[in-house]
Ligand binder design. Structure first.
Ligand code: ADP
Ligand code: MG
Length: 344
């Protein structure tokens, strides 16, 4: 559906643009219908840059992004608008997507004008209401409100509702969970599962491994703009190969724990059902609980950060000293890791 082939982004930085920063290097992967692909990496690893290139908010420096076989860099005018009918993004800070002097529902009026000019107002109003309800919002709570009168979670859901009106096929969700509170977090995650069931392909960008694992079929681990490991989520999490993936997993110890009975009442209050996580090899939803193993997690994270600060990752050393990106090797079916003889 949406395919990235050797996509590279080099930003020009410095006062006169004399310095270059390779933010994304030779990244290739595919977003498939009915699947969530988790793009995981720490801050600055190039995740948002990838999302922006997919949404044509930044041009690629080299490589190609194709949608249904067409290079998106070539799209103009009507065809670009068609692309946005199918490919949309929701970002970390939903407040920045809205103009504070406009009411939140103005986002719906805008797409009606661009995409559905011939739909009657009554019919449109009905569609907006249906879409809002499908993302768990009560239309009377949000329509006619100004941005500052709504929560971050509500704004994100309005953006998702807006995307749904457009008949989207691909949704880029960039750190959408991080800024919303725990109770709505579960709702938004469930919503993404529903989108996937409707056949959408979702690129779920996060720095949080447990969220990625919870929701995705496929996982991509990005380090300094380079994919160091990717594949079926279960394989990457159960059998991590790259030093960096292992380090990330160490920092989130509760991922490997089974359901913790002690948290059940709190999770029930959050609307999480302990029984419905029947997928074998998946991790318990307790990993989503903000209090779960917080102390253990903090200690391990500090350790992992220390290791990173010490530059112990050979990948980093390699990437600092080499222009080319080492190839990915398929070590088992649908599980790739950056070539291990050169880089760990
Ligand atoms: P992430 O989303 O993983 O935190 P980003 O894609 O935002 O990472 O950034 C990757 C790298 O590119 C960072 O080093 C960041 O500072 C740099 N960067 C991002 N946007 C720009 C820009 N417009 N100009 C120059 N450098 C940028
Ligand atoms: Mg980002």
């Amino acid at each position: 559906m949406l395919k990235l082939d050797n996509v590279t982004k080099v930003y020009k930085t410095g006062t006169f643009g004399g310095e270059s920063l390779p933010a994304v290097r030779k990244v290739s992967f595919e977003i498939r219908p009915g699947e969530v692909t988790a793009l995981i990496g720490e801050s600055g690893s190039g995740k948002s840059t990838l999302g922006k290139m997919i949404l044509r908010l930044e041009p690629v420096t080299s490589g190609t992004i194709t949608y249904e076989g067409t290079d998106i860099a070539r799209l103009k005018g009507k065809r670009l608008r068609e692309y946005y009918r199918h490919v949309q993004g929701v970002f970390q800070d939903p407040f920045s997507s809205y103009n504070p002097v406009f009411r939140a529902d103005r986002v719906f009026a805008t797409i009606k004008r661009s995409y559905f000019p011939s739909v009657s107002n009554a019919e449109w109003h009905e569609r907006v209401e249906t879409s809002l309800k499908s993302v768990g919002l009560n239309p009377v709570d949000v329509l006619n409100k100004f941005t500052h009168q709504l929560s971050g979670g509500q704004l994100q859901r309005i953006l998702i509702a807006r995307a749904l009106l457009l008949d989207i096929k691909v949704l880029v969700a960039d750190e959408i969970i991080s800024m919303i509170d725990a109770s709505t977090r579960v709702d938004v995650l469930n919503l993404l599962s529903n989108l996937k069931a409707r056949g959408l392909g979702v690129l779920f960008i996060t720095h949080d491994l447990s969220l990625g694992n919870y929701i995705s079929e496929r996982t991509i681990i990005l380090r300094r703009g380079v994919i160091v490991e990717m594949g079926a989520t279960q394989k990457v999490f159960d059998n991590p190969q790259h030093e960096y993936t292992k380090m990330l997993l160490t920092a989130v110890p509760q991922l490997h724990k089974k359901w913790e009975a002690g948290l059940e009442p709190e999770l029930a209050a959050m609307g999480v059902n302990a029984q419905d996580d029947g997928r074998p090899g998946r991790y318990s939803r307790s990993s989503l609980h903000p209090l779960a193993n917080m102390h253990a997690r903090k200690g391990r994270r500090e350790f992992a950060e220390h290791e990173l600060a010490e530059g112990l990752l050979r990948t980093d050393t390699y990437l600092r000293t080499h222009e080319e990106v080492p190839p990915l090797v398929e070590i088992e079916d649908d599980h790739f890791v950056v070539e291990s003889t050169r880089v760990h």
